[in-house]
Write a protein of this length. Structure first.
Length: 202
């Protein structure tokens, strides 16, 4: 997770270490299985220092997961906008799935912990997903206007596309092995993309 630059001031570096420690521990032991003492020790700071940067453990999870979702979805939409053609969905999905595999801790926190915290879900929905949906809708509306996609509500297409990405991410932390082969990721990306573009009817 890209949390800070190397030239960041000491206070920012300390906060970054705390977030990185939280990402590592939450991914392995879960939010409930991690104490603030664990976090402070892993970050190499005093427990009091932890609370100078965050009001409580929950605020660490909220910042980590919110910024994580921003990173995951911004990268997705950036690649979508740079797609060589509106049919090259498999290429985008393959790159995204490889990125998910390379950032397993972040993905695990974003996809697993979020579902257990309604307040976190609400924040991510309002600050991240709704904005990403607007960008995706505009992208797919352009494809419809150009006659490349059928005239379907672009909001529906955007929801299906982002949902497809969620399936890939959830699979990464629940079904697929961490060392899943590139060929398996390629086949999954192509399968999801084929269903997205062509449906499932013969």
């Amino acid at each position: 997770m890209r949390l800070a630059r190397r030239t960041a001031p000491p206070e920012v570096e300390t906060k970054t270490r705390i977030l990185k420690a939280a990402q590592h521990l939450f991914a392995r032991y879960g939010y409930d299985g991690t104490t603030t003492r664990d976090l402070a020790q892993a970050a190499g700071v005093a427990e009091g220092t932890l609370f100078r940067h965050f009001s409580n453990k929950k605020s660490i999870l909220v910042e980590l997961a919110t910024e994580g979702w921003v990173e995951l979805l911004t990268d997705l939409l950036t690649e979508l906008s740079e797609m060589s053609s509106y049919r090259a969905v498999a290429d985008v999905m393959r790159k995204r799935m490889r990125h998910l595999q390379e950032n397993t801790d972040l993905v695990r926190v974003c996809f697993m912990e979020t579902q257990f915290h309604p307040d976190l879900q609400e924040r991510i929905q309002g600050e991240v997903l709704d904005k990403m949906m607007t960008v995706a809708e505009a992208f797919f509306q352009t494809a419809i206007d150009r006659g490349i996609y059928r005239p379907i509500d672009p909001k529906v297409i955007a929801r299906v596309f982002l949902g497809m990405f969620m399936v890939a991410g959830f699979s990464e932390v629940t079904i697929l092995e961490q060392d899943t082969s590139p060929q398996t990721l390629k086949e999954m990306a192509e399968g999801l993309s084929d269903i997205f573009l062509n449906g499932v009817l013969a």
